[in-house]
Structure formats: C-alpha cells, structure tokens
Design a protein around this ligand. Structure first.
Ligand code: SF4
Length: 222
C-alpha cells in the first residue's frame, strides 16, 4: 500500500483534531449553538460539526441585504443537514439604518443575535473564524470566554487552502460567489470581490475603516 503524500496526511490530522475539538465542545457544553453567514468557513464548520455529532441550533441572521446566492446557500445547507435546526433571525421594524451606515451591522446583526442569545442562554457558541483571515483574527485562540459565552473556534488553524480542499473533497454547498472572488461574503451593498493580492477581507466595507461587523470583535461583540 502506498503512503499518501505528507500534505494529505497533514490535512487528515488537521481534520481529526478539529473533529475532536468539536466533540470536546459538545461534551463540555451540551447546549452548544452555532451561528453562520455561510461563508466558506461557515459551510466547512457546519459539515464538520454535524460529522462530530452536533445536533443543535444553527442560527443565520437575515439582514435583508444578503446576496440571493447567500440565501440559496442557506437553503441548500438546510436541505442537506437535516440533523440540525436552522433558525433564520429576521429583522423587525421598518426603521433600519441604510446599508453601510455606522450603526448598520449593530442594528441588523449584533442586536438581533444578542436578543436571541439572551432568550436562549446557551453556554457556548461555535464560531468558524480562522487565524489567516485577518490581522484581527491572527491572535485567535481555540477557546475564548466573552463573559456571557464560551466561544469555541475549531477552525483557527485552517488555511484558505485547507478549507477549499475540504469543501471540494466533501462536495459542500459553497456559496457560488466564493469561486468568483468573493472570499469573504457579507451583505451585498458592502461586499465586493477581492482583487489579486488583496487581503481575504479586503472586499468588505470598502472605503471604511471598519474590518469586522462587530459580532465577534468590538465593545458590543457577542
Ligand atoms: S454588512 Fe453592510 S449592509 Fe450588512 S449589516 Fe453590516 S454594514 Fe449593514
């Protein structure tokens, strides 16, 4: 029997370690919940989490500004992973800030999720962030404690190439915009495709100093 190439073995070890991290999180926090915007990272994490035994709630925030492809990806994921309960948080009220306004992410994303989590009170959340994604994420640990929730980040060590290879191997329903250069996908009005040589999140909030939506980073972060 021939031995697989070293890079293949490395990927297998990474996958096994990640599954083990998620199993540990499930044992430690049986009420574990997960949120996702169904970027490449999120889709990979849903697949790994279900393989590891996650049967909890998967929460998607509908900001009313998503690309149609993002909503289709969410629907494909809901159809494929029937083991989990996919909940879409829809916004209430008509007085929403304009897309991209300073408080837009806070009103359309952070506050709805915070309200939902305050009602559910899970002890821990799974997050799909990786260190390679940005400078702010380069220092991520596998486990964080925000005070309100423990956050478990099983994909911290994954590279973009690891994620793409896994998605192809498992034939995952990746947002089709990803393969068109939208390497980080938020709402349509404030996301563009990344140009060659740019940071993976350079297509988010062009022209603004903002680099994170505030869900995971900042003084109002979850
Ligand atoms: S990503 Fe853009 S449009 Fe979406 S909530 Fe944030 S600022 Fe608003």
């Amino acid at each position: 029997m021939s031995t697989p190439a070293l890079d293949v073995l490395e990927k297998r070890v990474l996958e096994a370690k990640t599954l083990e991290t998620i199993r540990w999180a499930l044992e430690s926090y049986p009420d574990l919940m997960m949120t996702s915007g169904f970027n490449l990272n999120g889709t990979v994490l849903v697949d790994l989490a279900v393989r590891a035994g996650f049967r909890g709630e998967l929460v998607f925030i509908d900001t009313l500004s998503h690309f149609p492809e993002t909503l289709s990806t969410r629907d494909e994921i809901a159809a494929r992973y029937t083991e989990v309960t996919l909940t879409t948080l829809t916004l209430e009220g008509s007085d929403l800030p304009g897309c991209g306004a300073a408080n837009c992410c806070e009103v359309r994303k952070v506050l709805p999720l915070r309200k939902f989590l305050e009602a559910k009170q899970p002890s821990a959340l799974l997050s799909a962030r990786s260190r390679f994604q940005s400078e702010t994420r380069a220092i991520l640990n596998t486990v964080e404690d925000s005070g309100d929730y423990v956050k478990v980040n099983p994909l911290v060590e994954w590279s973009q190439e690891d994620l793409e290879a896994y998605a192809k191997k498992r034939d995952l329903p990746v947002n089709p915009l990803y393969w068109q250069g939208f390497l980080s996908i938020g709402c349509a009005p404030t996301t563009r495709a990344v140009r060659e040589g740019e940071d993976i999140r350079a297509g988010r909030w062009e022209g603004q100093s903002k680099t994170e939506c505030g869900l995971w980073w900042g003084d109002k972060a979850i």
